[in-house]
Unconditional design. Structure first.
Length: 272
């Protein structure tokens, strides 16, 4: 059996009892490490709490070795641990499809993810539109398709949850031409970095979108949701550029232009 188990958002204790029972009976347990991180628990703490050795599964291992993992699952129980909920990333949907192709039995154990925990901001979940991902820009690569989705949601009076880029075990450009790979230090996008990019797109498209979304529009920054150090700030986009919410993980919400009175009231406690 191949199990994909959600770990939740905070620390090792956020796992469900069902998920923990499965982990403790599995022959091998993989910890996916490239779509997100568990905020308050490191590898050793997880291993001590779960009572087993964890095999760190980076993008390279999963993309190149998934067939080997699924072959193992034909003969024994294998667990694949995912921060948040297993269906929070398309990568894990693909794993389930691959398992079905190989006729490997598969079971999913759900948990909390940022997609529903964002409700801690007071913004009502049924008022959210399409979720977007904001990637890190480089000097030569500045994709802005995420902005079109933000505008589309805004026009329909819907909120937009922005998932911010993380870079874990990314190879350096130089190492791509070498046999021995070298990796860049881990990097996690902050709400201020994400807002800078949004404002840059706004500036370049000002004539088209100034009446819909502008630097004075409301934004909500969230950090380490689900942990004891959770932090939320509500302010304008121009103010968010200067906000420091501390360590990862961060998320950003661009609320729709019209808030429900309960949303307005709840957000007051987070206003700068």
């Amino acid at each position: 059996m191949f199990y994909i188990i959600g770990l939740g958002l905070g620390d090792c204790k956020d796992i469900t009892i069902k998920g923990l029972e499965i982990i403790r009976k599995c022959s091998k347990v993989y910890l996916e490490s490239y779509t997100s991180i568990l905020i308050s628990s490191g590898l050793k703490e997880l291993e001590n709490f779960y009572g087993c050795t964890l095999i760190t599964a980076d993008r390279e291992l999963v993309e190149q070795g998934v067939d080997d993992i699924l072959t193992e699952a034909q003969n024994c129980d294998i667990a694949f641990l995912v921060v948040g909920d297993p269906f929070g990333a398309t990568t894990h949907t693909d794993l389930i499809l691959r398992a079905k192709e190989k006729e490997v039995k598969c079971e999913v154990v759900h948990n909390a993810s940022i997609l529903n925990a964002v409700g801690c901001s007071g913004l009502q979940l049924y008022n959210f539109g399409e979720t977007v991902s904001i990637p890190y820009w480089t000097e030569t690569w500045k994709p802005d398709s995420f902005f079109d989705k933000i505008i589309s949601n805004f026009q329909r009076k819907l909120h937009t949850l922005c998932l911010l880029d993380i870079k874990v075990k990314e190879p350096t450009l130089e190492s791509l031409t070498k046999k021995k790979k070298e990796y860049l230090p881990p990097k996690f996008m902050s709400v201020s970095e994400a807002t800078e990019q949004i404002l840059e797109v706004l500036k370049s498209r000002n004539s088209n979108v100034s009446d819909e979304l502008n630097a004075n529009s409301l934004s909500v920054g969230l950090a380490r949701v689900g942990s004891e150090t959770q932090k939320i700030v509500a302010c304008s986009l121009s103010q968010m550029v200067t906000v420091d919410l501390g360590g990862p993980l961060h998320s950003l919400v661009i609320p729709g232009p019209e808030l429900h009175p309960l949303e307005e009231e709840f957000l007051q406690q987070f206003k700068l």
